[in-house]
Design a protein. Structure first.
Length: 207
């Protein structure tokens, strides 16, 4: 998203001296701005509205309602900013982590409707680094029948974005909305310049 408000908030997030409370507040504000862009294609229906003056045609979300899925843990820091903008959305949860031995992504928690047929899903994950988690999450959601998946991330590395394209490139119903596309990944899979570990900066060092 190319907007001075977004660029300014990302710059403060990047600053290593920004304390957790400010980091959380800015993440929340940024998500609301990104969500505005990400929901541009949300499905709507016409409804009749009676104003004090006349009857007119208004807009409401179509059914089934959008589903918001934060990826635990750091995606939780983005949830409130999203639900503030789309209060009628349902919320499901996905906990995914890398198995340090096999390096495979494992799903350790899942609270989602069994059938996602026809759903527009908004996935929240602040850092698109290697793309491993998001690739698995997107696969999981499409396997359950999701109609359209939009990933909302704060920062991405080109390598991760490319892996996502390679894995799901043929899927027209996949969108990614970013606050910033950064330079690269380092040897520890941190995004450069990035902002460090988003989970730690949101919630402190407990794992
Ligand atoms: N996850 C993070 O929190 N930060 C990175 O830079 C990469 C992955």
């Amino acid at each position: 998203m190319d907007h001075p408000l977004v660029a300014h908030k990302v710059s403060v997030l990047r600053d290593k001296t920004t304390p957790s409370p400010v980091f959380r507040q800015l993440t929340d504000e940024l998500v609301t701005l990104l969500a505005y862009e990400a929901t541009r294609e949300v499905r709507t229906v016409e409804v009749e509205v009676e104003t004090p003056v006349a009857t007119t045609t208004g807009t409401a979300f179509a059914k089934p309602t959008p589903l918001v899925v934060p990826i635990l843990r750091a995606g939780l820091g983005m949830l409130e900013g999203m639900t503030r903008l789309v209060p009628t959305a349902e919320v499901g949860f996905l906990g995914m982590a890398r198995d340090e031995e096999t390096l495979n992504i494992v799903t350790y928690a899942e609270r989602l409707p069994a059938d996602l047929t026809g759903r527009q899903v908004f996935v929240l994950d602040p850092m698109l680094a290697t793309g491993g988690t998001l690739i698995e999450a997107i696969k999981f959601l499409f396997d359950r029948g999701a109609d359209e998946v939009t990933c909302i991330c704060l920062i991405a590395a080109p390598e991760g974005l490319q892996r996502l394209k390679d894995a799901h490139g043929g899927v027209e119903r996949l969108h990614v909305v970013l606050a910033s596309l950064d330079e690269r990944l380092d040897e520890k899979a941190y995004i450069v310049p990035g902002l460090g570990d988003a989970g730690d900066r949101l919630y402190g060092l407990a794992h």
